[in-house]
Design a protein around this ligand. Structure first.
Ligand code: ADP
Length: 269
């Protein structure tokens, strides 16, 4: 029986109000308040994959912007081009035509060497499968990145941000899928990237563990101001974003701001 002083721990309340982002009629973005400048501007992006005689038009003229410190969901059915877009703006793949402006630089004109440096210094990736090294502990998996980054946070701090401060000495096999994904998120943010690209981060998880992963992503977005783009085909997840781009057949079908964001724990899965 608990007979000591009663503690009431106030969980930090995140601010899920509308961001001060205004999209003008011509598609330009003007911003006030917390969400800063345009970090990425994608113009008329196309990507055609050619396999033998077959051409697949994965992106068919995509235009969008990502703003500093905002959380964006890229929603759409499988095969609609979301991963292709993220791979190109993350510097993992090249475009067929169009432009990706990253703060005034056109990534489509970068050499492989410049792209490698861009990825290393500016971008964090989170994928559906966690890609942790099984023989290393959670702390060591994160330290692999912090050992070579320019201005990293200590692995312990990164793991605490995803609520795994008490699991640092565990190996991946000793962690649940959701916990492994949170280690992967800690690894991605430990180098303090400006932008975090997440491709179906909850795709392999049930709702309970998926929500913990979304909570970790929301906390990082709030506390570090990391611009975050999340790919999902789960329509419920769009509710946590500031803005949502919906994809269909290699194009953006619609774009909207969330008038009311919901906390990850309120997401209807
Ligand atoms: P999503 O992420 O929305 O599921 P993708 O971007 O993965 O969609 O794929 C868009 C289209 O491009 C699909 O038809 C897919 O089969 C095709 N595609 C993706 N990557 C390749 C590739 N490396 N080679 C050939 N076709 C590809």
């Amino acid at each position: 029986m608990w007979i000591g002083t009663e503690f009431k721990v106030e969980k930090q309340q995140h601010d899920f109000r509308l961001p001060a982002v205004v999209l003008t009629e011509d598609g330009a973005t003007s911003v006030t308040g917390d969400h800063g400048s345009v970090i990425f501007r994608v113009e008329n992006l196309t990507k055609i994959y050619t396999t033998g005689e077959v051409e697949v038009r994965a992106l068919n003229g995509v235009n969008l912007s990502l703003l500093a410190a905002e959380m964006v969901v890229l929603l759409g059915p499988s095969g609609s081009g979301k991963s292709t877009l993220l791979n190109i703006i993350g510097g993992l793949d090249d475009a067929t035509s169009g432009h990706v402006w990253f703060k005034g630089d056109d990534l489509t004109q970068y050499s492989q060497r410049q792209l490698t440096r861009y990825r290393r210094e500016h971008v964090g990736f989170v994928f559906q499968f966690y890609n942790l090294i099984p023989s290393l502990t959670a702390r060591e998996n994160v330290a692999l990145v912090t050992d070579v980054a320019l201005d990293p946070m200590p692995p312990e701090e990164a793991l605490a941000m995803v609520d795994l401060g008490n699991r640092m000495g565990h190996f991946p096999a000793q962690l649940s899928g959701g916990e492994q994904q949170r280690v992967a998120i800690a690894r991605a943010i430990a180098k303090r990237p400006e932008v975090l690209f997440c491709d179906e981060p909850t795709g392999a998880l049930d709702s309970k563990t998926g929500i913990l992963v979304l909570e970790a992503l929301s906390r990082i977005n709030e506390e570090l101001g990391t611009t975050t783009a999340i790919i999902t085909h789960n329509a419920g997840i769009q509710q946590i974003a500031h803005r949502v781009y919906s994809f269909m057949d290699g194009k953006i079908d619609s774009e909207r701001k969330n008038a009311e964001r919901v906390a990850p724990s309120e997401v209807s899965w």
